[in-house]
Write a protein that binds this ligand. Structure first.
Ligand SMILES: Nc1ncnc2c1ncn2[C@@H]1O[C@H](COP(=O)(O)OP(=O)(O)OP(=O)(O)O)[C@@H](O)[C@H]1O
Ligand SMILES: [Mg+2]
Length: 516
């Protein structure tokens, strides 16, 4: 009896969609950002949700997870009307989302973040032993055996924070899991753990919506692909057999250049000479020269010291030893030795840094695009008052066009832009600064394929104007497409330096895994 009951129950479940969206629309201040979205999700199905920056992917996801509500339309969960009043309410019903922006509380430990909302108590006290045990179980699911659950989240790198955030959402009652750009901050190794988890969840019948700009990833894990364009669902089909090219065309509505390979460029004079730069174990005796007109790519795993290296170059952290010489017009103009921590001097010497973490970039979220782009570029708009405002707007309009920043106009608050479009604002600010040496840490994270090629074009343009560029990226295809040389970091050391024509993907990967 029990057996037949269980099996009939399962067969009902497998035919009934676990989640059904019926004619969902959403508007913000009278602008329609989603229109008439109808979509179903079965148990154990992985649905890839794609579309350009600002197409509406995060908005649909947030509606499903109770973070915002639809303006019209309805939702069904297991055939029942589903109107989550909050994220907590959705979570109680087994619908969870890993947000595009990190949501952990930095001042709490990993364990506290993992179990927030159901912290174990014993006689009124927080039961730390149980807390730790459960946290370790959660962490193991994501291959984070090494991570001490008592570590403060603020001490973790951005990739690890993302892994903890994912682990936090692997709860027993899970029915629908939305992952919004989960791998944007992960290394290949961390991504592999995530894909294993996805396979396990799928086998358990969890339905997954997976939002990503990395199309090769989607092909690996998704059963179905849905494409949003301008708030409309333009295509839903089985993933099998779908070519990357078709997908891009459907997303963008036009063909996008392949990552066309850069022809070798002549090397200019030295812009930056780095001598045995070291900081604790993070960066160990790194030396290289960067030339005017050169794009130097930096590859390596998260934690290999890539971000730490660019922070040292910028004077955002203090080096223990080593030197930096900044050159201009074939002469060293500034030599920087340890004890020197001063990004302001770096900026004056012509350096710029686009960091990997949007939140710490100093984007003033409530302020307009115009204000954010001109921030720190006041020299160009010092006329004060009205004229300055007009200039600010003109400047912003130029960048909105060049990088296709999807917005209602220069006055739109940055907080209300989609994730990828916020990233473009950050990038525009630094391009506008007119730096001699630009350090880019994951500049295309979360940026869609079309806009990515706009960004590559800008970087190329800068190099051809004689600027020197260091670009850290986890995307090897991107590095191979834009770099003149690629340096590979592993365990704090620069373990290899390839010229264009000398590298292969295999050689780069092997170098990244070097035990230095
Ligand atoms: N609070 C808000 N107020 C006004 N407009 C908003 C708000 N939130 C989002 N939008 C707009 O809704 C549209 C869709 O944004 P959404 O974040 O869903 O895009 P997305 O597809 O997730 O893009 P990305 O790939 O960049 O993450 C964008 O044009 C965005 O500017
Ligand atoms: Mg988004």
């Amino acid at each position: 009896m029990t057996v037949s009951f269980a099996s009939s129950n399962m067969s009902t479940n497998s035919t009934l969609p676990v989640l059904h969206l019926k004619a969902i629309s959403k508007s913000y201040a009278q602008t329609l950002v989603l229109e008439d979205i109808t979509l179903s999700l079965r148990r154990g199905e992985v649905l890839a949700l794609t579309g350009e920056n600002g197409a509406g992917k995060s908005t649909v996801s947030k509606i499903i997870c109770g973070l915002t509500s639809a303006s019209s339309g309805s939702l069904l969960l297991n055939g029942q009307t589903y109107t989550p009043s909050s994220r907590r309410d959705a979570e109680a019903q087994g619908v969870r989302m890993v947000l595009q922006e990190l949501g952990l509380i930095p001042t709490l430990t990993v364990a506290e973040n993992l179990l927030m909302g159901h912290l174990p108590h014993h006689l009124g006290w927080l039961d730390k032993t149980v807390l730790r045990e459960r946290a370790v179980q959660q962490l193991n699911k994501m291959g984070l055996e090494q991570l001490n659950p008592d570590t403060l989240v603020s001490e973790l790198g951005i990739g690890q924070q993302q892994m903890v955030e994912i682990a936090r959402n692997l709860q027993d009652n899970l029915q629908v899991l939305i992952l919004d750009e989960p791998t944007a901050m992960l290394t290949p190794r961390e991504s592999t753990h995530l894909f294993q988890q996805i396979a396990e969840l799928k086998a358990k019948g969890v339905a997954i919506i997976y939002v990503s700009h990395r199309l090769e990833e989607l092909q690996k894990i998704a059963d179905t692909v849905a494409v949003l364009r301008d708030g409309h669902l333009v295509d839903v089909r089985p993933m099998a057999g779908v070519q990357e090219k078709d997908l891009v065309q459907r997303m963008v509505g036009r063909e996008v250049d392949d990552l066309n390979t850069q022809a070798a460029r002549p090397q200019g004079s030295i812009a930056l000479q780095v001598e045995q730069l070291s900081r604790a174990k993070a960066v160990r005796s790194v030396s290289f020269a960067l030339h005017h007109g050169e794009i130097l790519g930096i590859a390596g795993l998260v934690g290999s010291g890539r971000t730490e290296l660019v922070r040292l170059l910028f004077g955002a952290d203090k080096a223990d030893s080593g030197k930096l010489h900044i050159h201009r017009h074939h002469k060293p103009v500034l030599t920087i030795t340890p004890n020197w921590v001063n990004p302001l001097t770096a900026i004056q010497a012509g350096l710029g840094l686009v960091t990997e973490d949007r939140k710490s970039q100093g984007l003033l979220l409530p302020q307009s695009i115009a204000h954010n782009i001109s921030l720190g570029n006041t020299a160009r708009i010092t006329m004060g008052g009205f004229v300055a405002r007009v200039r600010e707007k003109l400047l912003a309009s130029k960048w909105i066009k060049a990088l296709a920043i999807r917005s209602f106009g220069a006055e739109q608050a940055v907080a209300t832009l989609s994730g990828g479009n916020q990233q473009k604002v950050v990038f525009a600010r630094w391009l506008e600064k007119d730096c001699d040496i630009l350090l880019l840490d994951e500049p295309t994270r979360g940026v869609d394929v079309g806009a990515r090629s706009d960004i590559y074009a800008q970087i190329n343009q800068m190099a051809s104007e004689g600027k020197a560029i260091v670009m850290v990226s986890s995307d090897l295809r991107e590095l191979m497409a834009v770099s003149d040389r690629i340096g590979v970091m592993s365990m704090g050391r620069l373990v290899a330096l390839f010229k264009r024509g000398e590298w292969t993907e295999q050689a780069l990967l092997e170098a990244a895994f070097t035990q230095a």
